[in-house]
Design a protein around this ligand. Structure first.
Ligand code: CTP
Ligand code: CA
Length: 222
């Protein structure tokens, strides 16, 4: 169905999403990051908007334009992403964590460019907060959707993450199937089990995820 004619299944809802990688500074010119094109998160933000939602997209550094009608907040680090998410959260009905958030950041970013020497360089890394788990644990938590990109054992890891973070819906994919490309193959996990969505363009998958999420949201009530 042409996007403009899709039913407005998220009319009146506010959706906050994260997308892209985070970038954790080592010094003013270097950092560590994750592989993420942002394409799936941006496609989902667009699909939510086309379904009638008010959409805030908190995005790490990616080479993509904000979808029409979507409020984009640009961030670099996981700590910035977390702060922007909590700023956007009041009034949100749905939170979708699509970002590939760095699990660790350098314990201390050097103020000045680190000069090379012939020696081994040790970096000390400290854990980043888990943004999705924190949002899902809020007393008045919005409907939370997680993503899991795995390189093997998708069903086991995806189900484990959904349970650990107490998420009503988790979208799983194998990195071999989707990373960086324009299409993907995903599986949805919810209280009713496993729903394979098959292989399709990220925009089409996003529309199917939105339909599934809207149906669950409807069942849960306003
Ligand atoms: N996530 C998050 N904040 C983090 C880490 C992950 O919000 N610090 C979110 C991601 O956006 C995704 C989900 O949690 O929706 C799962 O992320 P993933 O990296 O697959 O899982 P982790 O729990 O970090 O476990 P691991 O990396 O060890 O597989
Ligand atoms: Ca992780």
């Amino acid at each position: 169905v042409v996007a403009a004619f899709r039913p407005k299944v998220l009319a009146g809802r506010k959706v906050v999403l994260t997308a892209g990688p985070t970038f954790e500074a080592i010094d003013p010119v270097r950092g560590i990051t994750n592989s993420s094109s942002g394409k799936m998160g941006y496609a989902l933000a667009r699909a939510c908007r086309q379904a009638g939602a008010e959409v805030v997209l908190v995005s790490g550094p990616v080479a993509l334009a904000a979808p029409l009608g979507v409020q984009r907040v640009g961030v670099h680090s996981a700590l910035q992403m977390r702060a922007a998410v909590f700023d956007a959260l009041p009034g949100a009905d749905v939170f979708i964590g699509v970002a590939a958030v760095a699990d660790y950041r350098p314990a201390q970013a050097a103020e000045h460019k680190i000069k090379k020497s012939g020696d081994v360089l040790q970096l000390s890394l400290t854990p980043n907060p888990d943004i999705l788990a924190e949002v899902a644990a809020l007393p008045q938590a919005p409907f939370c959707v997680g993503f899991a990109a795995e390189s093997r054992d998708l069903d086991a890891y995806a189900t484990g993450k959904r349970t650990a973070k107490r998420l009503p819906l988790l979208v799983g994919n194998l990195v071999q199937d989707g990373l960086g490309g324009d299409d993907n193959e995903v599986v949805l996990y919810d209280d009713n089990g496993r729903h394979a969505l098959g292989r399709a363009a990220k925009g089409e998958l996003a529309a199917r995820i939105v339909d599934h999420l809207a149906a669950l949201l409807e069942r849960r009530g306003p």
